[in-house]
Design a protein around this ligand. Structure first.
Ligand SMILES: Cc1cc2nc3c(=O)[nH]c(=O)nc-3n(C[C@H](O)[C@H](O)[C@H](O)COP(=O)(O)O)c2cc1C
Length: 180
């Protein structure tokens, strides 16, 4: 089994990375292949809304999204890991999500139907409602892509860096174990 982690934070030693690492380590212990894509380091241009990808799934923009699409296509599980920026995902992750329109065809059938997805979010606010708009966006997106929303870990109160409590890392490990 393979998983791809779409890592949306620009900070490799921040908060979100701790959840992503807990999921990756757990899956690897269970024998999964896990690839983490640091989206901030990749050249991913914004979707141009041309819809030329719909018939054959090939985007006319020649950039690193080719690799993201390839790794998603090869994976059983997609992990969307992001800090909450203004109640949504980071723009690094949103760029990749917009470009995922290439996973739909002209009839809005999904090319990745049946894959599983989980989300990992961290945010500064103590109020859990802060991540609700992002979670709703993920849920509706996965519905359209016919991807199974298999679980999530949302961590409030994340100020500074490297601030995920052990309880949340355990939650992330438990989520990964439930999938493995
Ligand atoms: C541009 C920007 C926007 C943010 N927007 C929010 C927000 O709307 N709500 C919130 O609670 N925290 C917000 N935060 C705080 C981050 O979500 C939080 O610190 C997160 O854990 C950072 O993740 P990282 O360490 O993985 O980069 C924002 C941070 C930045 C830099």
């Amino acid at each position: 089994m393979n998983a791809v982690i779409l890592f949306g934070s620009p900070r490799k030693n921040g908060n979100t990375v701790e959840l992503a690492r807990a999921v990756a380590e757990t899956l690897k212990e269970k024998g999964w292949g896990v690839r983490t894509l640091y989206l901030n380091d990749m050249n991913i241009r914004p979707c141009q809304g041309c819809y030329t990808c719909l018939p054959d799934g090939v985007c006319r923009i020649n950039d690193d999204m080719k690799d993201v699409r390839k790794y998603i296509a090869e994976s059983d599980l997609i992990v969307y890991a992001t800090p909450i920026y203004w109640f949504g995902p980071s723009s690094q992750l949103k760029l990749a999500m917009d470009r995922s329109i290439a996973f739909m065809d002209e009839n809005y059938n999904s090319r990745i139907e049946g894959k599983k997805a989980v989300t990992l979010t961290t945010f500064g606010d103590e109020n859990m409602d802060t991540c609700a708009p992002a979670i709703e966006m993920f849920r509706k997106t996965f519905d359209l892509l016919k991807v199974v929303y298999a679980g999530r870990v949302d961590v409030p109160g994340c100020q500074g860096e490297g601030n995920i409590g052990q309880g949340y890392k355990d939650k992330a490990r438990a989520l990964a174990e439930s999938l493995a």
